[in-house]
Ligand binder design. Structure first.
Ligand code: URA
Length: 208
């Protein structure tokens, strides 16, 4: 079994915080574990708790639409949350719940090793950028981050559903930035491997 599947199994029987008692399903994450692009949301809502899959409600539909606008399909990305279990009545995640759960997210990111991580909303952004600054000030740019990835903070899709059209327009701009960051990272890697071939061709080694 892969390390990623082992991690999922461990999370699925987690009792590290009291949310274990009220959840229907652990929502570990969904998508490709080798994806170049990872999204991190806040916590499962009602639909996610019932289905065990992140972003299946209205916020998820908006996420799919924004992805589609920059030519990316949901099946090709990985989506996770800060919390793997639903807080009752969709209340905010509590600091002790985030502390108990953050090791799973850290391991997911380490194993997926994406080029770009997009944080959706304040909870994911503050945790992953280790800051108390709010999303409105942080969004609109890419931050060089852990393991060579870029981190791009944006609003939570639920905020765009509730908020003014300007929130959605800001998200669109951030998704374009995300697309550019993925393309730039691919191009940089291609240029690097052209400059330094990974291995000496077999024939050449005969003449050493
Ligand atoms: N909101 C989140 O932050 N995550 C989900 O999975 C669904 C809604």
């Amino acid at each position: 079994m892969s390390e990623f599947d082992e991690l999922r199994l461990t999370a699925e029987s987690c009792t590290r915080c009291p949310l274990a008692a009220t959840r229907t399903n652990v929502v570990f994450g969904a998508g490709r574990p080798d994806s170049e692009l990872m999204f991190v949301g806040e916590a499962p809502g009602r639909n996610e708790d019932l289905e065990g899959v992140p972003f299946v409600g209205r916020a998820g539909q908006l996420l799919d639409q924004l992805l589609d606008e920059v030519g990316i399909e949901r099946e090709t990305v990985y989506i996770a949350n800060v919390l793997k279990c639903r807080p009752p009545n969709n209340r905010d995640p509590q600091p002790h719940e985030i502390d108990a759960c953050k090791g799973y997210l850290r391991s997911q990111i380490r194993l997926i090793h994406p080029r770009v991580v997009v944080t959706l909303g304040n909870f994911a952004t503050k945790l992953l950028l280790n800051t108390t600054t709010g999303i409105t000030r942080l969004r609109g740019r890419a931050y060089p981050w852990w393991l060579g990835a870029s981190l791009i903070p944006t609003f939570h899709p639920a905020a765009a559903l509730r908020g003014k059209p300007a929130v959605l327009e800001s998200m669109r701009a951030d998704f374009r930035l995300m697309r550019e960051a993925i393309d730039a990272s691919r191009a940089a890697e291609a240029a690097e491997s052209e400059a330094q071939p990974e291995s000496v061709p077999e024939q050449a080694t005969l003449w050493r």
